[in-house]
Write a protein that binds this ligand. Sequence first.
Ligand code: PBG
Length: 335
Amino acid sequence: MSKIKAPQPGFPTTRLRRNRRNGWTRKLVAENHLSVQDLIWPIFVHNGKEPKIKIPTMPDVERLSVQQLVEQVGQAKTLGIPMVAVFPVVNPELKSAEAEEAYNKDNLICQAIAAIKDAHDGIGVMSDVALDPFTSHGHDGLLRNGHIVNDETLEVLCKQAIVQAKAGCDVIAPSDMMDGRVGRIRAALDEQGFENVLIMAYAAKYASNLYGPFRDAVGSAPNLGGGDKKTYQMDPANSDEALREVELDIKEGADMVMVKPGIFYLDIIQRVKSKFLMPTFAFQVSGEYAMLKTAGTQGIINFDQVFKESLIAFKRAGASGILTYGALEIAKKLN
Ligand code: PBG
């Protein structure tokens, strides 16, 4: 290898502002680009009669009936969004300590997945595997003597993944943070002939305070009460641990990995992407979205501009794509 150093001229020969002077040069030298292909749209589905129900803590986001959901996924597809992530709002009377509804093959999430797949092809459907929408205590796993038990939870998660795959789910997204769940779910899917169903692991998922509006949206907040998920989700103080989590999920068969939340965790996205070279996704979570929207509505910031800036920041950090509640809205503007 030649040791010749590239010339390093300084000012005034070098003026970095020359490349910034015109819009067209700025476009030419841009290192990252945002497009609709980067977007995954999370949507809430409910089984009531109302086509749409507002979510007070998530401005401009609504819980949709199955019929509305199918229609809106059609819009997303037309705009070129590659995938949607569907989250069910489960009726309180169907929630239980053991989360049996999670593996009822006719449950709301399975109905929603089947309805989308029936109406549209060419757009991916992803759904979470975790028990929190279905548990009376609001936790992602089973509770025994006040503790979330790991191995017993894995059995239920596998059953949940299978019913969702049977309904037509393309991408199973374990979001529960139990140890060993990706490997078990992969094996369960393969055993049932679903070897082509993908797994996007919520690999580095933090015990964040930014999930509040999501828990309002799916109605798990009252179940969880004042509880937290610190015994299974990660401590926001940690970064090396995120790499260990991601490495395990890759070894267990994850096709794609995710870091969650988003903007506060860009360092994690960058470390994960550069270490593992995996398709790496960021989840701009409900609290982040709500903060931006609320500040925009109050005239404190320009929502469109700040929102775009947040999304390009994910790309710069190395994200392959972003889950964001603003996907449909921004897709209309990007096209
Ligand atoms: C369920 C799940 C959560 C989110 C995605 N899947 C909430 C949680 O873990 O409590 C959060 C998404 C968001 O805040 O937008 N395990």
